[in-house]
Design a protein around this ligand. Structure first.
Ligand code: PAF
Length: 284
């Protein structure tokens, strides 16, 4: 696997591949890779003829109070794992390569970023859209794959690509879970043994909500009340949000009539976990 640290070299490699008729499939990450990332990389290998991972902990998507400094990092381990799954190149720019002195241009995606994580992390999506835009210009992919765990991020990137006429196919990849149902996340490493069962409430909550819908419940308030109870009973968890949204617009819905996103963000101790599912309302 090639390691590329600067943007000009990455662009040259991408140009050479493109000139040779290769199809570049790209997985942007912040590293500390887990099975979920590896699944994205395997998918990239299948969907393209050259696969690229970026490993870059992006400072502009962290608020000053958040965990940028302490975000888990293991570049050596990540490069080994990416090599093992057959990735062709790793783009690993230093921070000052991506944000040199004088940097002052940001990408703002509007309405789809307002709800959910946009409420509690007001600068997050500006940072994500900006860095993904920059990574796209460096890697020049034909296709890029994002996990559905960050559902609002996926919708935001799709919106940016469409609105800015970027000729890139964006693919959403299903959430990869641990055996016990916890959605895989680099931040799971922060959880203590005692916090783990608390963290499992998120996935349970998604399943219970689908059961409620299956039994005929369509009222968002009722479903969210049950979700809130399930998440907090027993203590140890603080709900940042539990919301039912239209999966395209990310606007709240009051009544479930079609596929509806149930999105959760919950603090378990100092760890903020997110999870989601698309609730399906089968007519009964
Ligand atoms: O999902 C992530 O890991 C990050 O938000 C991304 C897309 C790599 C941008 O920094």
């Amino acid at each position: 696997m090639r390691r590329v640290e600067n943007i000009a070299d990455m662009q040259r490699l991408a140009d050479t591949w493109r000139a040779g008729g290769e199809r570049i499939a790209f997985v942007p990450t912040m590293g500390f890779l887990h099975e979920g990332h590896l699944d994205l990389l395997r998918t990239a290998r299948k969907m393209g003829t050259k696969s690229v991972i970026s490993i870059f902990v992006n400072p502009t998507q962290f608020a000053p109070t958040e965990d940028f400094e302490s975000y888990p990092r293991d570049l050596g381990g990540d490069l080994d794992l990416a090599t093992e799954v057959g990735t062709d190149a790793a783009f690993i720019p230093p921070v000052d390569e991506m944000y040199p002195e004088g940097f002052q241009t940001y990408v703002h995606v509007d309405r789809v970023t307002e709800n959910l994580c946009g409420r509690s992390r007001p600068i997050f999506f500006r940072g994500v859209a900006t860095v993904v835009c920059k990574l796209f210009h460096a890697v020049k992919p034909h296709i890029s794959i994002f996990g559905q765990k960050d559902f609002q991020q996926l919708v935001t990137i799709k919106r940016m690509v469409k609105d800015m006429n970027m000729d890139i196919e964006i693919v959403g990849h299903p959430i990869v879970r641990e055996k016990d149902g916890l959605a895989m996340s680099s931040r799971n490493t922060y959880l203590t043994q005692e916090q783990r069962p608390v963290a499992l409430r998120l996935n349970r909550c998604l399943k219970e909500a689908q059961k409620l819908v299956d039994s005929g419940e369509r009222n968002a308030e009722m479903i969210l009340k049950a979700a809130g109870d399930l998440l907090t009973t027993g203590g140890g968890a603080t709900v940042d949000y539990a919301r039912l949204c239209n999966p395209d617009t990310i606007e709240d819905v009051e009544v479930i009539s079609g596929p509806t996103l149930l999105a959760l963000a919950v603090w378990v101790g100092k760890t903020r976990l997110i999870d989601n599912c698309l609730l399906k309302a089968i007519k009964n």
